[in-house]
Design a protein around this ligand. Structure first.
Ligand code: IP8
Length: 246
């Protein structure tokens, strides 16, 4: 089974509130059609979920929040998820909507439910989950990042591969020289550059990627503007991007 995170940077236009990047979604979906292995997809919030989370000051820490803010974030993610689902269906895939509340309670995974996900994927359906605003309990809500979902699912399911798709080529040594790191073997602090991202942008992804690779799964960072690179990563062919070896 392969776990793929479609970052908000590739499926939406992060500079324009509530704007999907339909072309990218479609191109990625068409390419994924050629994969003959069960896939589980997670997508991020981009200019949908993050736009409202910033507006209503909502973060990954569980807190009491204005009900209106919770509604706006939640609705925007359902809307974005629907755009992704439709695009996958139109690309002749069999998407299966999987809100994170289906396999998480508060901030903990429901192990039994998580273990059913690959079984769904093996029927030919493609489960699609997403970062979301979650009920924590005690009148509190929190933002669950799609990157965190990647970490949670990987730990329980041990996929063959975990792939993070963004709109850049991989992990850069620094934002100035933009030298691409083809392989990362040790954890180092990365300063995040994205201001509108309430879940921590690239730094959060790298942290999750490390933890996933420590459990034995190879983790790839690839540019979704060239969807062939996702397929090459899956088929172990001339890979372009950054790898964290498991
Ligand atoms: O973009 C966050 O998911 P991410 C989702 O994967 C929301 O961090 C609701 C902001």
């Amino acid at each position: 089974m392969i776990l793929i995170k479609l970052g908000g940077s590739i499926i939406t236009n992060k500079n324009k509130p509530l704007t999907p990047n339909r072309n990218s979604i479609r191109k990625i979906a068409t390419n994924l059609k050629n994969v003959n292995e069960p896939l589980v997809i997670i997508h991020g919030g981009g200019s949908f979920g993050h736009y409202w989370s910033v507006k209503y000051d909502m973060h990954t820490k569980p807190q009491r929040h204005e009900a209106k803010g919770v509604s706006y974030v939640k609705n925007s993610m359902v809307e974005l998820n629907n755009i992704v689902l439709k695009s996958f269906l139109e690309s002749d895939l069999r998407p299966y909507c999987l809100p994170p509340s289906d396999f998480m309670t508060s901030d903990k995974p429901l192990i039994k439910k998580v273990k059913e996900i690959p079984k769904i994927a093996k029927t030919g359906l493609t489960p699609i989950s997403y970062g979301d605003v979650m009920w924590f309990g005690k009148n509190k809500f929190y933002i669950l990042s799609g990157d965190r979902i990647m970490g949670i699912l990987s730990k329980i399911l041990r996929p063959r591969l975990a792939i993070f798709v963004t709109n850049v080529d991989g992990v850069y040594s620094d934002m100035k020289s933009k030298r691409l790191l083809s392989e990362i073997t040790e954890e180092k602090p990365i300063t995040s550059e994205v201001s509108m991202d309430v879940t921590g942008g690239m730094a959060r992804k790298i942290k999750e990627a490390f933890n996933i690779s420590k459990n034995g799964t190879d983790v790839f960072f690839v540019n979704g503007n060239v969807p062939k690179r996702i397929i090459n990563a899956i088929n172990d062919k001339s890979f372009e991007g950054t790898v964290f070896r498991g």
